[in-house]
Ligand binder design. Structure first.
Ligand code: JFZ
Length: 439
């Protein structure tokens, strides 16, 4: 009797040791030194341009058109033959990006429709093989980004409405696609890994991979470990992130928040999302669409966009702002104009955004704080009263100035905190930045 208890005890201990070992093996991701460097760069960069561009742009109905209109694969496959973006000029795109104060681009390489916007050898369903344009727009763009010093991330959809082996199907891409009721998910994931290898081999330095689509099949085995280690092996400096709306998995290098500031869940996409310690990024549309939408005129204002960037910085997150280029290869002129205005604002206020970290105060009703070295920038986005009381965080203050013209700002310190007062005519409707220098 005793010996059986002892035996089962030691079995239990063995089992516990084994499970601990196993879970550690799962989490044994040690980012390479160059990856850690990229993370620092990423956090300093603050502002990226998201680009959703694919054959769907022809329909002018967003990147989900195939699923929303229930277009079967057979019909959708006609679209590439109309895709001819003769006015695409990567020089112009990247110059516009630079003039807008944007430091990196994240572009769709393959969206849920499964069409590769690059020269893929593992599938003919790609821009070079199937469109009259016949050129690899990603190669053209990556060459230009490298020439002009802009980093390039690749969005890649794990979800696929076109590939027969994406099976069992998920919540989207149902029977209407016309695929047979069979497939081998592992074969699909091999194919995905092959396309990722192409992207990480043929386009020079890739800043990172931006995954999306796991939410389509929440409980599937996505073989993340295999895919992530492949990426880290091919380009150790490349950052991996995924739009799965959960806490980060081992092998990821940054955490993203879709259409929300970290910790907010206004979209309802992310009830389970926890904020981790990784660098953060929040993405948002310039109007209400990701892919080109002919009827979407609901552009955000200059003020809304700048304030979004400022708030994201205060939360310690980058702002990835999206545009959906038109089928002719141009970015909508009204979007170019808005981006340029952000660039002009950043020309003046960039010092209070780039290279900063969020805090030392968390976000407030009135605005946010960013910090760098011995400076704290208080960004007041809404003035409610004549003066503003800021909780003190225990550091001695040397001076308080208005950032824009360095004029002194009246302030007093008390047991209640720091009170500052900026005269009405010195306040800015978009962002009044007060610079605190610490002792
Ligand atoms: C995803 C894509 O579906 C979309 O097309 C776009 O690329 C965006 C950046 O990312 O958007 C999602 C992802 C998940 C949910 C909703 C939208 N979700 O889980 O409800």
């Amino acid at each position: 009797m005793k010996s059986t208890i002892r035996q089962s005890n030691s079995l239990l201990i063995l089992f516990i040791l084994f499970s601990i070992g196993y879970s550690q093996a799962q989490n044994q991701y040690v980012p390479a030194p160059e990856n850690m460097k990229s993370r620092e760069w990423f956090q300093d960069a603050k502002f990226g341009l998201f680009i959703h561009w694919g054959v769907y742009s022809i329909l002018g109905d967003g990147e989900w058109a195939m699923n929303i209109q229930h277009i079967p694969i057979k019909a959708y496959e006609k679209l590439p033959s109309f895709f001819n973006p003769t006015q695409f000029d990567p020089k112009e795109w990247v110059a516009m990006v630079k003039a807008s104060g944007i430091k990196y681009i994240t572009i769709t390489t393959k969206h849920h429709d499964g069409f590769a916007m690059f020269d893929s050898k593992v599938s003919d369903y790609n821009i070079v093989k199937k469109t009259p344009y016949g050129k690899d727009v990603l190669k053209m763009l990556s060459d230009e980004c490298h020439a002009q010093g802009i980093k390039l991330f690749f969005y890649h959809s794990q979800l696929d409405w076109h590939h027969p082996d994406y099976f069992p199907r998920g919540n989207t891409g149902g029977d209407w696609t016309g695929r047979e009721d069979k497939g081998d998910m592992n074969k699909y994931l091999d194919y995905m890994d092959s396309q990722l290898s192409e992207l990480l081999t043929n386009y020079g330095e890739v800043a990172g991979i931006w995954f999306d689509g796991m939410w389509d099949k929440k409980d599937a085995d996505w073989r993340l470990e295999k895919t992530y280690s492949l990426i880290h092996k091919l380009q150790p400096a490349a950052l991996v992130g995924s739009n799965h709306h959960r806490a980060p998995y081992a092998g990821e290098d940054f955490q993203m928040f879709e259409k929300d500031l970290p910790g907010h869940n206004t979209t309802g996409f992310a009830p389970e999302q926890k904020i981790g310690d990784l660098p953060k990024e929040t993405c948002e549309t310039i109007n209400n669409s990701w892919g080109f939408n002919l009827q979407d005129g609901s552009n955000k204002s200059r003020k809304e966009l700048i304030q979004y960037l400022v708030k994201a910085s205060g939360y310690g997150a980058n702002f990835l702002l999206n545009v959906g280029p038109m089928p002719n290869g141009k970015i909508q002129p009204e979007h170019v104009a808005l981006l340029k205005q952000m660039g002009e604002w950043l020309n003046t206020y960039g010092e209070t955004i780039y290279g900063t970290r969020g805090g030392p105060l968390s976000a407030r009703e009135w605005g946010v704080a960013t910090q760098k070295g011995n400076k704290v920038y208080i960004h007041i986005l809404n003035w409610q009263d004549e003066s503003l009381l800021i909780p003190s965080w225990g550091k001695k203050i040397k001076s308080v100035k208005l950032f824009i013209d360095k004029t002194p700002v009246k302030f007093s310190e008390s047991e209640f905190g720091i009170t500052i007062k900026v005269p009405k005519d010195k306040r800015d409707d978009v962002d009044t930045v007060v610079e605190l220098e610490l002792k």
